[in-house]
Design a protein around this ligand. Structure first.
Ligand code: GUN
Ligand code: FE
Length: 430
């Protein structure tokens, strides 16, 4: 038996509505998995090393279901634009720089270092179209100890020449080389198929990606129904489709393989303006929604009706969407999700109640964690991903409950002040 126990104040979700908090408990990890949370260390784990976290909070690591690594360098800049202009004026010019491997190494090192220090233990990451730079990013992410999916972006239209791949065939060939290299080289950093979004991918490219998905069994990430201008463009490009998600579905890239009918693990960012039919298909195919509230505010995209997605039984996690979102903090994403849902309730639809703190914590941990398997909780059998937070730097004149301390830590973005210890899959990151 190889294991240890973190002793402190333990918080985790059982479901969206059930947030558990336990003062002075033991979260026990055996062979990389959680075996449960206990008031006293059970006899059978008496050999486990006890790591005394004192008066600190112990939570499952946070999950970022959508972040752009190359955009980290310019987070917090150029935020006065809507999506399509922002892509043209901010995102694309920055991403072109990643053809320079020196720049990529420098910028991606900063990104990886911040991800390591953050409260995030697992992430779905977009790189750029550049294979060599993407491999540098994967090597750096591998060294952090975090577990991530990283995507070499596919794009063969709708962007400056320097950022478009030569042809659908060239894009597909590079993607196959990249997947083969990545599978061989990395254990914790996995390739994920990443068509940027429909406006940047020709039908021929999507068709080729479909075949690659079937051959290599890789998961899929993309953007969906984020902004009105984007959605109109998709209707112009694919008039034969009734809704945006149907385009991905036609190419077997929307939760279900067209060739085999098998499920294809898929995460779509945003879903701000998804129609009823789109929501139904996401539910039927088990597509994950990456809710990115900060990005939706910054790019004036709108408010995704996340509470109703949760009620519908959709799989929902949170994304920072750096640099649409200005911060990689998933605590910040939690509180943004709550706040935008209150505006939605007050200003848009009084029939849809705001997202609760318990639901936001669930999305940040177990909801997003499901994309990685049994991840995001301390229930028995879950991968042992944990962060230990020290909130002594936020004094209070009275004693607070563990639950109150957790809520306060999220609202005051305590993760930005520093995480005390971090574990991924039972291994200590620091
Ligand atoms: N849609 C296509 N590309 C992007 C991107 O880089 N960020 C966001 N927020 N939406 C996109
Ligand atoms: Fe994005």
């Amino acid at each position: 038996m190889n294991g240890f126990a973190l002793k402190g104040h333990v918080c985790y979700s059982k479901s969206a509505g059930e947030l558990c908090t336990y003062a002075d408990h033991y979260a026990v990890c055996i062979d990389g998995k959680s075996v449960g949370v206990f008031a006293a260390l059970p006899q059978e784990y008496a050999q486990a090393e006890i790591i005394d976290c004192g008066d600190r909070l112990i939570l499952p690591g946070l999950i970022d279901l959508h972040i752009h690594a190359p955009q980290y360098a310019y987070r917090g800049l150029g935020m006065d634009l809507e999506l399509m202009d922002w892509l043209e004026q901010q995102a694309f010019p920055e991403e072109i720089k990643y053809q320079d491997l020196g720049y990529a190494e420098c910028a991606y090192s900063m990104f990886a270092e911040q991800m390591k220090r953050s409260a995030t233990t697992r992430a779905c990451i977009f790189a750029t179209k550049h294979r060599a730079a993407t491999e540098i990013l994967m090597q750096l992410m591998e060294e952090t100890g975090l577990i991530s999916y990283v995507g070499k972006v596919n794009m063969d239209r709708g962007a400056p020449g320097a950022l478009c791949e030569e042809s659908a065939g060239a894009s597909a060939a590079e993607t196959i080389t990249w997947i083969k290299n990545a599978v061989e080289k990395f254990q914790r950093t996995k390739p994920i198929l990443t068509p940027r979004f429909v406006p940047c991918c020709t039908d021929e490219l999507m068709e080729r990606l479909q075949k690659i998905q079937v051959t290599y069994g890789v998961p899929v990430q993309s953007h969906l129904s984020e902004n009105h201008g984007e959605i109109s463009l998709v209707h112009e490009l694919r008039p034969q489709n009734g809704f945006y998600g149907e385009v991905y579905n036609d190419f077997g890239l929307f939760g279900k393989s067209r060739a085999t009918e098998e499920s294809v693990k898929t995460v779509m960012a945003h879903c701000v303006w998804s129609s009823e039919k789109e929501v139904e298909l996401m539910k039927k195919n088990g597509v994950f929604v990456a809710h990115c509230p900060a990005s939706n505010m910054n790019l004036s995209s709108g408010i995704a009706p996340i509470k109703s997605y949760l009620k519908h039984g959709l799989r929902v996690g949170l994304g920072s969407d750096v640099a649409g979102g200005q911060s990689e903090s998933i605590f910040r994403a939690m509180t943004d999700a709550i706040q935008v849902s209150k505006l939605y309730w007050r200003l848009v639809d009084q029939g849809i109640q705001p997202v609760t703190f318990s639901e936001a914590f669930y999305m940040a941990t177990k909801g997003g964690g499901e994309f990685f398997g049994k991840v995001g909780s301390f229930e028995e059998g879950y991968a042992f991903d944990a962060i230990v937070l020290d909130d002594a730097c936020i004094p209070h004149p009275q004693k607070l409950t563990v639950r109150q301390r957790l809520e306060r830590a999220a609202y005051l973005a305590l993760d930005q002040k520093g995480v005390w210890k971090k574990y991924v899959d039972g291994m200590q990151v620091f």
